[in-house]
Design a protein around this ligand. Structure first.
Ligand code: 5GP
Ligand code: MG
Length: 176
């Protein structure tokens, strides 16, 4: 069943923030940058961000990774596996890592280590949402769309049991 949701960030707020992020990221990018998006949650954000970068004259090479943490439910567990690795050669290249939510930090920390181990010469990270109060691993993103409180969010690519990814805005699951 689809639990009720409550809007948190409107589509217009998100689009304005994506444009501001692209303004901030553009001067930091090198010509050969690889933008690596963590699927599935970040796919909508990445699509908008890539087009906003393109509108600013920045060509990006797009690649993807799927990481999964053991267990399911509404929080991620500590151990992570690579279910889909990126295909680009990263040695000596700048990487812009894009994820949907920086929560405990486990996922981003794992992804950053993996990318650096592949020889990336410079790594920048960009997340749509940051929940700083939930951090367990000391990791930060250079670019953050919105800082949000400890709420379970859906929409704009982010799911609850594969529901709500299609929403053009971000919502929270309403309290039961
Ligand atoms: P971390 O490894 O930082 O604890 O978790 C990051 C990942 O957990 C996110 O990329 C996302 O997949 C998932 N996650 C964290 N908070 C939420 C949330 O509020 N809603 C959903 N759907 N996933 C979340
Ligand atoms: Mg994720």
């Amino acid at each position: 069943m689809r639990p009720p949701i409550q809007p948190l960030l409107t589509a217009a707020e998100i689009q304005a923030r994506v444009n501001a992020l692209a303004d901030a990221i553009t001067p930091r990018l090198q010509p050969d940058v690889v933008m690596i998006t963590l699927l599935t949650g970040a796919f909508v954000f990445a699509a908008d961000l890539a087009r906003a970068l393109s509108a600013r004259g920045v060509p990006v090479c797009l690649d993807f990774m799927i990481l999964s943490s053991y267990g399911s439910g509404t929080t991620s567990s500590g151990s992570i596996t690579t279910r889909l690795d990126c295909r680009q050669e990263l040695t000596g290249r700048q990487v812009l890592l894009v994820d949907d939510i920086l929560d405990t930090g486990t996922t981003l920390d794992f992804a950053k280590r993996l990318i650096l181990a592949k020889g990336s010469s410079q790594l920048l990270t960009c997340v749509l949402l940051d929940k700083p109060s939930r951090r367990k691993v000391p990791v930060e993103a250079e670019f953050v769309g919105f800082r949000v409180p400890d709420l379970f969010v859906v929409g704009y690519g982010i799911d609850y049991n594969e529901m709500y990814r299609e929403l053009p805005y971000v919502a929270t699951l309403a309290a039961p």
